[in-house]
Write a protein that binds this ligand. Structure first.
Ligand code: ADP
Ligand code: MG
Length: 682
């Protein structure tokens, strides 16, 4: 057994930084660098940056007023300087002797009275002590671990003989082609950059050595996500024949005509379904762009070929709404539509399970209840996942595994999302799928006018609501999640309900929230749909998919606390009919700069893609995708936004290596993200 390079105490502390082995240590990258490669004259140093000087100690002074300070007066041939220490040991004081030479690194504080360095780094030197010829790395630290210790440990790893073997370049030709240095060289220089290079490019992580690591991390990421795309093609699925007749009779019964875009997306799907491997497609389209009908057409084909379809939505309200719509569209085509949601009651559920198992239920609409173990399909041929962004990356992969019922054949899959996925994310986290986009408003759709009101103007809103109701239009009033507390949210909603019911004696006010049972929810949504309830107070349950074209006004409280994409989704609940619609976003003063920035984005933009891009910029991919909860590791050094250009190249290279099935793919994934493996399906 070779001697471990960390002592036990070090191991414990390193663990706090997420460092479990030498590779982790090497990937613990410097945040920035310090330049101790040259000596500056005291007369040349200026406030605002760090300088190194070399000077002789003139005198040592300990002052007690206003508090205990140690002041070392030093001078070089160009001038004098004070070094001030606020925390020090008496043993430390003894080290300083007049006449000794100090090398000091720090930042100068200066005003009319002062010219001094506070708590500079220092070392005692002699006149011939050589200067460093590399920039000193500054690492993220934890208590009890110093910069020096980490630096030494890192350097010790490089000295080990087998280092190069352990960190070999798996894809040598590729790195050559892309003009990238070896991993060994890259790591070595990042941890100890020679002063031949410009320091700035290291600080900004723009050196060719950083590029190599970024490339590698992105490659691992692509292997994992894009890898699924290639793997998917090796699975078998039932090819689905296209029947023109049934589609024609479906379309002729619809109350509207499909747009060109809807037709073209459907033909992409149609083409996928013909293949002998499973479709794995993401259909993106802004809220209200008409995705459901396209998914339904796909479902019709599968059912016509003799297989079952599951249609999963994130909330019960949405599932019930889909159930109703799909029943009304499909029942007269002889298709049996089934509902399956958690709150349904065990007897109804059991009956539903039975029909699903026997295969008499053709299309099953439901919530997460659909992926419970008890649900057994006779021959599931197709999965539709609505509002897939609500399901998180991990669930997405879990769902793909959940098809035991259809042995040897995988069901086709269609995901739908109204949160458009910015290009960089589509190229990485979603690169296992093919993507279709509906990027036009439906005919006659009006874009929604957005207004921003501070809370103080609430009373004006009552008047606006009244006007909308008098025109026989309807209103949503949304109380979003406050402080992550569902109880508080419910309280706010109930209070608002009381106030508005008292105020609007002539218009019926309703209240809907997540805690109601499904019958009650259904009843209230129906009353709203039928225009009995004029004003609906809702918690964020209305967020996804609800479709009431007669609603023309939406009020959103505490808009400043919500994600941009979520706000955009909510706003999409109005403007669904032919009438002009308004969304009033209320905010609580005083707004932070970031909050102002965010509200400006939502105010100025009606395009979901643009909003998603901005949201991504403001929140970062982790939060945007809900990765934080998913357990997926975040990127260490790559930044999808900044490294977009490189990502394009990496994607090509990853595709090439995946196609030739290079034997190092899993080694490479492992090197970068061990936990990716857990998410795979085999
Ligand atoms: P989303 O893409 O948000 O899921 P939906 O599928 O719910 O949007 O569509 C919104 C509304 O527009 C629904 O009432 C739907 O029936 C209707 N719709 C869909 N396609 C068209 C079309 N081509 N013309 C008019 N209305 C349409
Ligand atoms: Mg929808």
């Amino acid at each position: 057994m070779p001697k471990p390079i960390f002592t036990e105490i070090q191991s414990k502390k390193l663990k706090k930084l997420g460092i479990l082995n030498t590779l982790d240590l090497l990937l613990h990258l410097p945040l920035r660098y310090e330049d101790k490669t040259k000596i500056n004259l005291i007369k040349d140093i200026r406030p605002g940056s760090m300088f190194q000087i070399e000077a002789k100690i003139i005198s040592i002074e300990v002052t007690y007023r206003p508090r205990k300070n140690l002041i070392i007066h030093v001078s070089d041939k160009s001038g004098d300087l004070k070094l001030r220490f606020l925390h020090f040991y008496s043993s430390q004081v003894k080290q300083f002797d007049e006449g000794k030479i100090l090398r000091v690194y720090g930042e100068i504080k200066s005003n009319a009275f002062l010219f001094e360095m506070i708590h500079p780094q220092y070392e005692f030197v002699s006149l011939d002590t050589p200067l460093k010829n590399f920039y000193s790395p500054v690492y993220p630290l934890t208590e009890g671990l110093s910069q020096k210790t980490i630096f030494k440990l890192v350097q010790k790893v490089f000295e080990k003989e087998d280092f190069i073997n352990q960190h070999s370049d798996y894809f040598e030709d590729l790195y050559k082609k892309r003009n990238l240095p070896s991993l060994f060289e890259a790591l070595k220089l990042i941890h100890k950059p020679s002063n031949k290079f410009e320091k700035k490019i290291f600080d900004e992580r723009k050196s060719i050595f950083h590029q190599r690591l970024i490339y590698d991390e992105l490659l691992a990421h692509q292997f994992f996500f894009r890898g699924q795309y290639h793997v998917n093609k090796s699975y078998r699925a039932r090819p689905i024949k296209y029947s023109d007749d049934i589609q024609k009779s479906f379309l002729s019964n619809l109350e509207f005509k499909l747009t060109k875009k809807q037709h073209s997306v459907f033909s992409e799907i149609k083409n996928d379904l013909k293949q002998t491997y499973p479709m794995n497609r993401l259909l993106q389209g802004d809220v209200g762009s008409g995705k459901t009908v396209v998914a339904t057409m796909a479902a019709i084909q599968i059912i016509n070929s003799g297989y079952q379809v599951a249609f999963m939505a994130p909330t019960e309200i949405l599932a019930m709404q889909h159930y109703e719509k799909l029943s009304s569209w499909l029942t007269n085509l002889g298709i049996r539509v089934e509902l399956l949601i958690g709150s349904m009651g065990s007897k109804l559920k059991a009956e539903s399970y039975e029909r699903i198992k026997k295969g008499t239920a053709n299309l099953v609409v439901g919530t997460h209840a659909l992926i419970q173990e008890k649900v057994e399909f006779k021959f599931l041929g197709f999965y539709i996942i609505d509002e897939q962004h609500r399901f998180g990356v991990k669930q997405r992969f879990a769902l793909r595994k959940n098809n035991e019922s259809f042995k040897n054949f995988e069901p086709h899959q269609l995901m739908m999302s109204a949160t458009p996925i910015p290009r960089t994310l589509a190229m990485s986290y979603f690169s296992d799928m093919d993507i279709s986009i509906i990027n036009e408003l439906l005919p006659g759709r009006k874009s929604v006018t957005t207004k921003l009101f501070s809370n103080e103007r609430r009373n004006e809103i009552l008047n606006t609501i009244n006007q909308h109701c008098l025109k026989n239009n309807q209103v949503y009033w949304v109380c979003p999640l406050v402080e992550e507390s569902e109880t508080l949210q419910l309280e706010t909603a109930k209070k608002t309900f009381k106030i508005l019911s008292n105020y609007f004696i002539n218009h019926k006010v309703g209240l809907i929230h997540g805690r109601l049972d499904s019958d009650k929810k259904k009843e209230i949504m129906n009353q709203f749909k039928n225009n009995q309830i004029k004003i609906l107070i809702a918690t964020t349950v209305v967020e996804v998919g609800v479709d009431v074209p007669n609603a023309t006004l939406m009020v959103i409280e505490n808009a400043e606390r919500m994600g941009l994409s979520q706000l955009h989704q909510l706003r999409g609940r109005v403007g669904r009919g032919k009438k002009e619609s308004i969304c009033i976003m209320l905010y609580q003063k005083k707004l932070s700069d970031l909050a102002k920035e965010r509200l400006k984005v939502i105010y100025e933009n009606n395009d979901g893609f643009k909003i998603a891009e901005e949201d991504l910029k403001l929140r970062g991919p982790g939060e945007f995708l809900g990765l934080k909860q998913s357990g997926l590791p975040s990127l260490i050094i790559a930044d999808l936004e900044r490294d977009q250009k490189l990502l394009e190249i990496v994607k090509q290279d990853a595709d090439f290596l995946l196609k030739i099935d290079s034997k190092y793919i899993s080694n490479h994934i492992n090197r970068w993200h061990k936990n990716y493996q857990d998410l795979g399906r085999s």
